[in-house]
Write a protein that binds this ligand. Structure first.
Ligand code: ZN
Length: 286
């Protein structure tokens, strides 16, 4: 799967005209349809797409290949976060409604109770053993301050999930940090819940997803200085960029134009670089 091409399919091509003339020549080509520029993402010469210009050092850092795949993986996590936001947000709303309409709900429940008893009886269950009915009965006895706190707690939790969702979807560094920290905070509680013996598949799956997200973020996004941190992350993007590759090729092809004379004298091209220079077809020399 060519993730760079897929990225351009999603976002459109991104081209850039560097101020440096030699580099600019390498990134452009005259075609019948006008001047084509090399896409910084997929590397193809294209005449459409978003076009920028300026010094080569100011060229946008474009995610390519594996980095784009990582972006999509984070979006899957973002969707999962959005589902959590919906479920928890709905629960918060439910508790809030319950608090204000408790009398009405209790009346409804009392009215329906004979029918529920009959239904339970018909199904062969004993009403007095029903955990659900017991829970409903207990909840009518909750005091309203506790319900307020529960609703606020759930609403805050839902908002955290929403912010995580937005941050992961956009793939911004702040979002990755936020998601990583917020998810880690709830991990001990999730483990404790399972350790108490309250094991459900939903809880195990939720814990697994959260653990995966934390490890994935810290490792691939190099959060908190892991594997060289942000500097190493940007450096990796840069070494894989079309502009850097072309600059390196240019420097290898003609060391004297790419580096200052003083540098050229102090560092003669190595045997390896000379070999690469010889390999270049003469026609491509500037
Ligand atoms: Zn492209």
């Amino acid at each position: 799967m060519d993730w760079s091409l897929f990225g351009c399919f999603r976002k459109g091509h991104l081209t850039y005209a560097p101020d440096e003339p030699e580099l600019r020549d390498r990134l452009m080509a005259a075609t019948a349809g006008g001047t084509a520029w090399r896409c910084l993402r997929c590397g193809a010469f294209v005449t459409d797409g978003q076009h920028g210009s300026g010094p080569a050092a100011a060229a946008p850092l474009v995610k390519r290949g594996k980095e784009l795949r990582g972006e999509l993986i984070l979006r899957v996590f973002a969707v999962e976060r959005f589902l959590r936001f919906l479920v928890i947000g709905f629960a918060a709303y439910g508790v809030w409604r319950f608090k204000y309409d408790r009398a009405g709900l209790q009346r409804m429940y009392d009215n329906a109770l004979p029918a529920i008893r009959t239904l339970y009886g018909d199904l062969g269950f004993d009403v007095n053993n029903s955990r659900l009915l017991k829970l409903i009965n207990e909840s009518f006895a909750f005091n309203s301050r506790w319900l307020t706190l529960l609703a606020i707690g759930l609403a805050v939790y839902a908002l955290i999930e929403l912010v995580e969702c937005i941050g992961l979807w956009q793939g911004q560094r702040w979002g990755e940090y936020f998601a990583m920290v917020a998810t880690s905070i709830f991990l001990p509680w999730e483990v404790w819940e399972l350790a108490r013996g309250h094991i459900t598949w939903l809880k195990v799956a939720a814990l697994m997803i959260n653990l995966l997200l934390v490890v994935y973020l810290v490792w691939t996004r190099r959060l908190f200085g892991v594997r060289g941190g942000e500097a190493a992350y940007d450096a990796r993007l840069r070494t894989e960029s079309v502009i850097e590759v072309e600059q390196a090729a240019l420097a290898a092809a003609s060391p004297s134009t790419a580096v200052t004379p003083a540098d050229a004298i102090s560092s003669r091209p190595s045997r390896h670089e000379q070999d690469r220079t010889d390999e270049r077809p003469a026609g491509q020399e500037p």
